[in-house]
Design a protein around this ligand. Structure first.
Ligand SMILES: *Cc1c(COP(=O)(O)O)cnc(C)c1O
Length: 224
């Protein structure tokens, strides 16, 4: 395998910067979450050496092994579906959980964060397409969930996350990114983060206001 992490990273940074220029945004407002699910620990380590500073993981056990091996000189974000019975581990392991999508899950994460003596930063995942295979709260219920989380003392809700349906043309994802941005604007403070955009569509997401782009394949190559 011919994997040039430095070249991939530099190309992504250039593309983010170009998208920021088109949208008159400051590139400093966009952070790269390198999605390392299924990527072996040695390659993730090489990625960190090449300059990655936030890693995104989908599975608790896999993440735990990597975090034990690589440590906390980088941030670790949880981006997968979170089961309530794993909330305890998620709180121990992750700097930011992108995928809170129900009151029940929020309450469980809040309880576990309290037991760990910390305040857990979270995003609310929104399902804008209604696809049943995807997690996320409906857009109609998002404001209510955000407000309920704000009442929980061990959670800090920072923004919204979404994953549009898969399209082969990034332009088709744009309405979803616009919808997430508008939802965030409508709800207002304390929401600041917009986690949206993956390998195939991150430039469009940045044009529409993404502050966290979650990129796997374009950094690490295709997953097996
Ligand atoms: C796997 C995954 C990504 C990264 O997808 P790529 O297309 O490989 O960039 C981003 N977000 C979530 C929630 C994922 O599960």
């Amino acid at each position: 395998m011919d994997l040039d992490l430095t070249a991939n990273l530099s190309s992504i940074r250039d593309r983010v910067a170009a998208a920021c220029l088109r949208a008159e945004r400051d590139p400093g407002q966009v952070r790269l979450v390198a999605v390392s699910k299924t990527v072996p620990v040695e390659i993730v380590q090489a990625g960190i050496e090449a300059g990655l500073s936030i890693l995104g993981e989908n599975y608790i056990q896999e993440a735990q092994a990597k975090i034990e091996a690589l440590g906390r000189r980088v941030q670790w974000h949880f981006i997968g579906r979170l089961q309530t019975n794993k909330a305890k581990y998620a709180v121990r392991l992750f700097d930011l959980i992108h995928s809170v999508d129900s009151v029940r899950l929020a309450e469980e994460v809040n309880k576990r964060a309290g037991q760990e003596g910390r305040r857990q930063p979270v995003l609310v995942q929104v399902n804008l397409s209604g696809e049943e295979t995807k997690g996320g709260v409906s857009s109609e219920e998002t404001a209510d969930l955000v407000h309920r989380i704000m009442a929980l003392s061990h959670l800090e809700v920072r923004g919204l996350m979404t994953m549009p349906p898969f399209f082969d043309q990034p332009e088709k994802a744009r309405p979803y990114f616009i919808a997430l941005r508008k939802l965030k604007e409508k709800i207002g403070p304390p929401l600041t983060e917009l986690s949206m955009g993956m390998s195939g569509d991150f430039e469009t997401a940045v044009e529409e206001g993404a502050t966290l782009v979650r990129i796997g394949t374009a950094i690490f190559g295709a997953r097996k």
